[in-house]
Design a protein around this ligand. Structure first.
Ligand code: ATP
Ligand code: MG
Ligand code: MG
Length: 370
């Protein structure tokens, strides 16, 4: 029997474990939160990520992967040489730090928005002009769901935003007037074999992903261009396992890489119900070096995130699951997390025989999810 260790026990670990079970793979997660979603479907080592006994249990697995990028370096150091960790420490060090990530993307030949690394107050001088006069300031570390970001249109706003973010290392990116956003998963075996997920189109609300749709509405050739860029990055970064690239699509069809997640991605959740291999099974296979081909839904499909929403008095608004589930082609996936405003609590996937029906079903589903 194969065993997979996961650093982190959130919803991604939950869904990785659910995909691993039918493959005959047992999952152990190291996760300090006793209420973490993966507790229900994996062996849960409830301890800090740096706990020596917990890490020893992970080291006894066939391979270790992770479900978020902010794993302490000490944990990775402790596992070094004892068990394959996929993706590896070098790739993780890049993908958890926006400035390093963008520099490494450019070195790999990928195109990004213009950016300036901001380490000190002096770095702010003239930076906004150099990225095109309008920008987004993002903390280099720990940001997700649009947290730790500010739009800036003037030098004064830039300085105020840097103060408000705590004067920590940041990246100032030029504002991209994109036409749409898409994402693409790529997996690479230890032997260098590469496989791709579907190109998915994403719509954000308030910095948080709201909807993903497959197939993406992009000009012919966009998927091939995204794959070329993903392959170049995967090879240059020596990817082992799976990672996901987020792209901006410019009006002319040109692609810019926004950021890289060293794992499955929220936009790939629709692969659970599209009829093909899911991104979770793809990551399990890639990390354990099991045979893996491209994974893509067989039918048009979409995902709507369930994010903790509040009513006028701040009261939790919870969708009527029975109603959403009753719509043809929908499936609810909940993470067993307590409600909190802005927190991802679950998602609803839907699938349809053709894109037209998918649009209709999405239009019926959307109003049911606050
Ligand atoms: P995630 O939850 O995807 O990890 P994050 O906090 O890391 O989010 P980003 O992906 O960098 O944040 O940005 C969130 C969203 O903000 C993007 O998907 C995009 O819609 C918008 N955005 C980010 N950077 C830019 C930019 N340079 N120009 C225009 N819009 C942007
Ligand atoms: Mg991010
Ligand atoms: Mg993002």
């Amino acid at each position: 029997e194969r065993t997979l260790g996961i650093l982190g026990g959130g919803q991604l670990a939950q869904m990785l474990a659910l995909a691993a079970i039918p493959l005959g793979v047992r999952v152990t997660v190291l996760e300090p939160d006793p209420q973490a979603p993966a507790r229900l479907c994996a062996r849960h080592l409830c301890a800090p990520y740096t706990d020596p006994a917990g890490l020893a249990q992970l080291a006894a697995c066939d391979a270790v992967t992770l479900e978020f990028e902010n794993v302490p370096v000490e944990a990775l150091d402790a596992l070094r040489g004892r068990v394959p960790v996929r993706p590896g420490a070098d790739l993780l060090a890049r993908s958890k730090h926006r400035a390093r990530e963008k520099q490494a993307l450019q070195r790999a030949g990928a195109v990004t928005a213009p950016f300036e690394a901001i380490e000190s107050a002096e770095d702010l001088n003239g930076a906004l002009g150099r990225v095109g006069g309008r920008g987004i300031l993002k903390t280099s570390e720990l940001g997700y769901d649009g947290k730790g970001q500010a739009r800036v249109n003037t030098d004064a706003e830039l300085r105020a935003a840097w103060d408000a973010l705590g004067c920590v290392p940041c990246v100032l990116e030029g504002f991209v007037a994109f036409e749409r956003e898409v994402s693409l998963g790529v997996a690479r075996s230890a032997g260098g074999q590469v496989a791709f997920g579907p190109l998915v189109e994403n719509v954000h609300k308030g910095g948080i992903l709201r909807t993903s749709v497959f197939p993406a509405h992009v000009p012919h050739g966009t998927q091939a261009a995204a794959r070329d860029m993903a392959r170049a990055v995967a090879d240059a970064w020596d990817l082992e396992g799976l990672m996901t690239l987020e792209f901006f699509v410019l009006p002319g069809g040109q692609l810019l890489v926004n950021e890289v997640a060293p794992r499955v991605h929220n936009s790939g959740h629709l692969t659970q119900d599209g009829g093909g291999l899911s991104q979770f099974e793809a990551q399990v296979r890639a990390v354990l070096d099991l045979p893996l081909s491209d994974w893509a839904p067989l039918l048009p499909c979409a995902m709507v995130n369930v994010v903790g929403a509040a009513g006028p008095e701040g009261q939790p608004l919870m969708p009527d699951w029975a109603a959403t589930d009753a719509l043809s082609g929908t499936r609810v996936h909940l993470y067993h997390k307590d409600w909190r405003a802005g927190r991802k609590l679950g998602h609803v996937n839907l699938v349809a025989p053709d894109p037209e029906t998918l649009r209709e079903r999405l239009a019926s589903l959307e109003p049911l999810i606050p």
